[in-house]
Design a protein around this ligand. Sequence first.
Ligand code: FAD
Length: 451
Amino acid sequence: TDGQLVDFRDAIGDIPLTADPGIVRRRSRDFFWYSPILNQQLAGKTADLLVTPRDEADVIRVAAACARFGIPLTPRGAGTGNYGQAVPLAGGVLLDLSEMTKIEWHKPGVVRVEPGSVMADLDAALQPQGWELRMHPSTKRKATIGGFIAGGSGGVGSIGYGGLREPGNILAARIVTLENEPRVLELRGDAAQKINRAYGTTGIITSLEPPLAPAWPWIEMIVAFESFGEAMAFGYDAALADGIVKKLLSPIAWPLPSFFGEMRDACPEGQAVLIAMVAAPSLESFKALLGHRGAITLERQSSDRAGQVPLYEYTWNHTTLQMLKTDRGVTYLQCLFPHDDLLAKVAAMTNRFPGEIHGHCEFIRFGGRVTASALPVLHYTTPERLDEIIAIHEAGGVMVANPHVVTLEDGSRHKRADADQLGFKREVDPKGLLNPGKMRSFIPVSATPQG
Ligand code: FAD
């Protein structure tokens, strides 16, 4: 209520905040509009206040005030999530962590950072010392490290290191709980998984310890192939070639490259492409493996800041975005193919929906094996047809994390909340004020018969 919000504002003192409805409404959005279903469902959802903490002490003060006055709190990084993760469903406070960008310390192979650092800035600070993040989403130039770990799954670099869920990819996290007297908890090792892709429902992250990878000079390339099958087959060979250091291998079927704007000239009419990032010392071996199977149409040093759009911004969910820029009638799926008989299974699924689905994969490691994550672009007709397409994939052994739903259970491959995360939420957010509506299995203590 208005009274609660007045009390809240009094309690948080000089912490920067705005109640300007235009600003708050704009910031209450993310990229959920990729989904025609979420686009309807989340229209008009907004917070009441946008609060921008400067440090952990501010976060503690805001958390205490929200707990005391019963106000929902939704954390936000850069708002580039795809499923409305950072959209407040129940109003209240939108907590913008993007001002908390300090690097606390850095050692060889590991960094300790506040959650609001934009990943490209982080790499820019680390690379001169020979290190960089092991993986980043294709939104690296905008997205925060906190938003990635709380809302993402993997990306450029996952061909070498797997996704965020692989043991060792998040060393530690510190969180603030949502209680009258908030606690600050350090979660190390396995315990850090409690905040991984929990959409900010299990604590406000104030510090993170991601492990790092050696920073290579990366060469980015577009390689053209006669067919998607050939791009997949070569991509798979390159993925399996452990001696070739690479960060990205994305086969993309025609007509998707016809939507690649500035890169259109490097994408021959009617052909599939493979977008690759290979370490400079591995380039010769990559080319030897390629032979005459495909033609390199673009080759250059990769950079986040050379005034050029990095090629990774044509991969992962940017592939979908490139087509959405001219055709709002498309959307996408998020699939994980089984590692056995991979090429045949991708071909079977792609051939099953001619004209309706355009193939697009990223090779990744998953549980130590090379497989393909896929974000196929599809022409949307009805919710029923979308469900049918998902069911056909699942029946074919393909795991689908549905990107057209708002809860973390429905959006997971297993359709349930991680037991650890659900139990942990009871400890750190007993009133269910953190991003309410996103973890549907959670029932606040006050709503249970005992409560
Ligand atoms: P936000 O969208 O602001 O937040 C994401 C979630 O994290 C929200 O639930 C929010 O509440 C929570 N959160 C944010 N900060 C904190 C905090 N400090 N404490 C607790 N919770 C917090 N994702 C991938 O994994 N891989 C990809 O390759 C990829 N490609 C994409 C391409 C495009 C074009 C788009 C639009 C999205 C893509 N995404 C991808 C999704 C998204 O961009 C990433 O997951 C990104 O890292 C999210 O970061 P963010 O700062 O924008 O987070």
